[in-house]
Write a protein that binds this ligand. Structure first.
Ligand code: NDP
Ligand code: BG6
Length: 480
């Protein structure tokens, strides 16, 4: 692994949008997790910034509320963490708010030789650019590093993503922007590189000669509950496929990087993404969930602020192709959806049937299953003899479950990276470009053509009808 970088002394993390959902559910719990693991330097400080005029106690309650204390001894660590946190209200708006924030940061840095400032933009995307301009104008550190941490969505298509980048360019260098895709913080996603490049057994079969097809699924059992308006303007392709799924795909298919440095890793990710053809509408199945069979669970159109004529995709199955030497002819089945029969993120590497005449009957092709969540693990399906007096064969799983191992939260891992300045799991600007190129023509086609109506599927089902036939037809094509 790359050498561990320490968080610099005198680092302050400012969370802009500290009263919002992301801050409450992910960022404060992630930071508290780092406190519990004793990974924060003694003088590390957190400043919350949001329009609300709230007291320090009210702010501390926001931080405390999602934390589950498994043991009384953690109460002391939580208190210690809250002591690092302070709040600045941005209620006055404009320059005045940012002057107040600067004043707070200067107070914290008073008498110190250095101060490193990180700004986490847990804000609506519409205010990213104006807020980042204010930060540059008022709060840029004069005696240390300054970094901006931003979350998806990075635009809504190729052009708007480039536009966002152009707007940030005059004020922020690429090495001052840390782009978070929380899937890159998930342990099993992180393990993909080790699995591939740390084990010769997998490295040697990782190509079109041995692999029949690859399936990547991000399935969710819940609908867009409470986020109808956001989801209606986003849809599942922009919400999870262009970002989380593409990151998984890049790590699965890229060539071996020269080193684990951020640039070497991103270079290889971009290189393989550039080989992926833009996804064609005829290579997709687009769906939208209707009420559950028993009528208990709502249709997407029943969600608040979703119009009755919404054509938003809450499900998408797509076939991608990578036209390079390693992957030519291997179909990649990508599937993501809400309100399905299960919640599961999984990668299946389906190996080919052995071409050699085999001395055994009933052999199944080997299959490697990488379960990202829940019940993280890696399973290799192999043929084994049934313990009996016959020569029967059955498929069994070699099982590498993470069962007894403590798995860090994705946000803990990425916050730590950002605080350390380790960019190996940050999304580089050109990765965004490459990933938007894959989906933008499809998205424009779906947005612009009224006649493109998603197929309905029941809440709690496996997705729209026709899915199995769709997948089988590509599996057959790949064998021709
Ligand atoms: P919320 O709407 O819950 O919170 C937004 C925060 O920004 C609130 O604190 C809000 O304050 C504040 N805010 C809004 N407008 C301004 C403004 N003009 N000036 C200063 N502060 C402002 O959003 P989320 O927390 O859900 O999301 C934040 C960002 O993170 C978004 O870009 C989202 O797409 C992204 N994201 C969120 C995820 C999640 O799990 N929630 C997951 C992945 C990405 P107030 O409430 O007072 O308006
Ligand atoms: C977020 C999406 O980026 O990822 C959500 O906006 C989705 O709609 C979530 O539910 C899935 O993340 P996880 O970690 O729950 O698999």
């Amino acid at each position: 692994m790359a050498p561990t970088i320490e968080i610099k002394e005198s680092t302050v993390l400012v969370i802009l949008g500290a009263s919002g959902d992301l801050a409450k559910k992910k960022l404060f719990p992630g930071l508290y997790g780092l406190e519990r693991k004793c990974l924060l330097p003694e003088d590390f400080q957190v400043v919350g910034f949001a329009p609300d005029q709230i007291s320090h106690e009210e702010f501390v309650n926001i931080i405390r509320s999602p934390v589950k204390l498994e043991s009384p001894r953690f109460a002391e660590q939580l208190k210690q963490f809250c002591n690092r946190c302070s709040y600045v209200s941005g209620h006055e708006g404009g320059d005045k708010s940012f002057e107040a924030l600067k004043k707070k940061l200067d107070e914290i840095g008073h008498g110190k030789k250095e101060q490193h400032r990180l700004f986490y933009m847990a804000l609506p995307p519409s205010v990213f650019v104006p807020m980042s301009e204010q930060l540059k104008k008022h709060c840029y550190s004069e005696k240390g590093q300054t970094r901006l941490i931003i979350e998806k969505p990075f635009g809504h298509d190729l052009e708007s993503s480039r536009e966002l980048q152009r707007s940030l360019d005059p004020n922020w260098r690429e090495d001052e922007i840390f782009r978070v895709d929380h899937y890159l913080g998930k342990e099993v996603v992180n393990n993909l590189l080790v699995l591939r490049f740390g084990n010769e057994i997998f490295g040697s079969i990782w190509n079109q000669r041995n692999i029949d097809n690859i399936q990547v699924s991000i399935l969710e059992g819940k609908g867009a509950e409470g986020r109808g308006s956001y989801f209606n303007s986003t849809g599942v392709i922009r919400d999870v496929m262009q970002n989380h799924m593409i990151q998984i795909l890049a790590l699965l298919t890229m060539e071996r990087p020269k080193s684990l440095s951020a640039d070497d890793l991103c270079d290889q990710k971009v290189r393989v993404l550039d080989w992926i053809q833009p996804i064609k509408v005829e290579d997709t199945i687009i769906g939208q969930y209707a009420k559950s069979g028993d009528g208990e669970k709502p249709a997407f159109k029943d969600e608040e602020d979703v119009p009755d004529d919404s054509r938003c995709a809450t499900f998408c199955a797509a076939i991608a192709h990578i036209d390079n030497e390693r992957w030519n002819g291997v179909p990649f089945f990508l599937k993501a959806g809400k309100a399905l029969n299960e919640s599961k993120t999984e990668i299946i590497i389906q190996l080919k049937h052995s071409a050699n005449a085999n001395i055994f009957k009933d052999m199944v092709p080997n299959k490697l299953t990488i379960r990202v969540q829940p019940n993280e693990g890696v399973f290799l399906t192999v043929n084994t003899s049934v313990p009996s007096l016959t020569t029967s064969i059955e498929p069994m799983d070699l099982d590498l479950t993470y069962r007894d191992r403590e798995i860090p939260e994705a946000y803990e891992a990425l916050l730590l990276d950002a605080l350390r300045g380790d960019y190996s799991r940050s999304v580089r600007g050109d990765e965004l470009d490459a990933s938007w190129k894959i989906f933008t023509p499809l998205l424009h086609h779906l947005d612009e053509n009224e006649e493109e109506k998603p197929r309905e599927y029941r809440y709690g089902s496996t997705g729209p009808e026709g899915l199995d036939e769709f997948v089988t037809s590509y599996q057959n094509r790949s064998k021709m």
